[in-house]
Design a protein around this ligand. Structure first.
Ligand code: HSE
Length: 407
């Protein structure tokens, strides 16, 4: 079957490479030869083996009746949304790696796909090469999923790992990541946690069958993490990770993205560099953790290729697996309202005992840090006020996740 790719950048070219290198395997497995007939891009690629497939006009793909499946790897909201809508309406199945688009317009596009009797897949949008959406939809269909906790952003995980391994500041680690091509020139979406909030919203929608607006998910990025915070974490066998988490308690959804201190026994504590890790709790299965490359040309291209193959096989069989459900919108609440333990770093020594502080973290030099007991939002505020009253300033405050209380 002929297919088209829209966008011949990092992910688009990775997809073409996966389909090409594993061509025989894919044909023998799916029984269908997949040919990349057309590639849409604004640029020309002289000398590229697929040079002659490049077109600059979207209509070429839209009007080609032999192209039944299209992969969108251009990124951005527009014109991606308009292109995909038109392709779906024209009876072509579409797969995409565009998480911004799926977080913003996923519901609309699923509705168009379902009413047109075609597929709309987006496995590559979350966790790069990790097949997490298919795992939730197919392998965990028997489970009531209650909780997700995940590292969903490779760039920030790379920066935090660098800060921990090399003792560099956030700014230095960011610049390294930019030089290596891991971080964008404008890194806001990653370091301010919009990217993992979008991915968390996509996963939560699938896991809990609810409608959650990613913009309503409380988020805090990693820009304020200092070398002192990293030093405290290391001294206590913790790792600071940007964790995206959500949890259903009855009809209530709790969700958030923030840097959290994870004890080294935590399954996500050792997820390093650009890797992603995702822990999902099912009511029968309990916890399952998957781990793999969360970004990059071939891992993400591999997820796009998997979607292409599924869409092609469905077309060949004359079936569609995409359905549309209008889920109930739920406004996410903050985890802080549930009560959590914290590490607080202060500008001077706090004279103990003090209600709510369970232990002092013993460190060399002029760093003062403490573990608190589990506190709810107002209790944490009260502690800050009590410290302020004693002339103590809180310099940082991070949620702590450990199996055992700290002592
Ligand atoms: N900027 C994203 C990340 C790319 O760092 O994880 C993959 O979605």
């Amino acid at each position: 079957m002929d297919i088209a790719i829209m966008g011949y950048g990092t992910v688009g070219s990775g997809t073409v490479t996966v389909l090409n290198r594993n061509r025989e395997l894919i044909a023998s497995d799916g029984g269908e030869v997949i040919r990349v007939k057309t590639i849409l891009d604004l640029r020309d690629f002289p000398g590229d083996p697929y040079e002659d497939k490049i077109v600059h006009d979207f209509e070429v793909i839209l009007k080609d009746p032999t192209i039944q499946v299209v992969a969108e790897t251009m990124g951005g909201l527009h014109p991606a949304f308009e292109y995909i809508s038109q392709l779906l309406e024209a009876g072509k199945s579409v797969v995409t790696s565009n998480k911004d688009l799926v977080a913003a317009y996923g519901e609309e596009l699923l509705e168009i796909a379902a009413s047109s009797g075609v597929d709309f897949y987006y496995e590559a949008c979350v966790g790069g090469g990790i097949p997490v959406i298919r795992m939730i939809n197919e392998c965990m269909i028997q489970e009531r999923i209650t909780e997700i906790s995940a590292i969903l952003n490779g760039t920030t995980n790379y920066i935090l790992t660098e800060m921990e391994d090399e003792g560099t500041s956030f700014q230095e680690a960011l610049e390294d990541a930019q030089e290596l091509g891991y971080a964008e020139r404008n890194p806001e979406s990653d370091v301010e946690a919009m990217d993992p909030a979008r991915k968390l919203a996509i996963l939560s929608t699938h896991a809990y069958c609810i409608d959650v607006d990613w913009e309503k998910i409380e988020r805090r990025g990693i820009t304020k993490i200092t070398t002192e915070d990293i030093e405290i974490a290391k001294a206590m066998d913790f790792h600071i990770k940007l964790i995206a988490r959500s949890k259903m308690i009855g009809p209530r959804l709790f969700a958030g993205v923030e840097p959290i201190m994870l004890h080294e026994d935590h399954p996500l504590a050792r997820v390093e560099g650009v890797y992603n890790g995702i822990t999902i709790k099912g009511n029968m299965l309990d916890d399952i953790t998957i781990y793999g490359k969360g970004a990059g040309s071939l891992p993400t291209g591999s997820a796009v290729a998997a979607d292409i193959i599924c869409a092609v096989m469905n077309k060949v069989r004359g079936v569609t697996k995409t359905s549309y459900h209008q889920y109930k919108p739920i406004k996410p609440e903050s985890f802080s309202s549930l009560g959590q333990e914290y590490m607080i770093r202060t500008d001077r020594k706090v004279s103990l005992p003090l209600e709510d502080i369970v232990s002092e973290i013993s460190l060399e030099g002029d760093i003062h840090a403490y573990f608190t007991k589990a506190l709810k939002t107002q209790e944490l505020r009260d502690l800050f006020h009590r410290l302020q009253y004693r002339g103590v300033k809180v310099l940082s405050c991070l949620v702590v996740e450990a199996e055992e209380p700290q002592d």
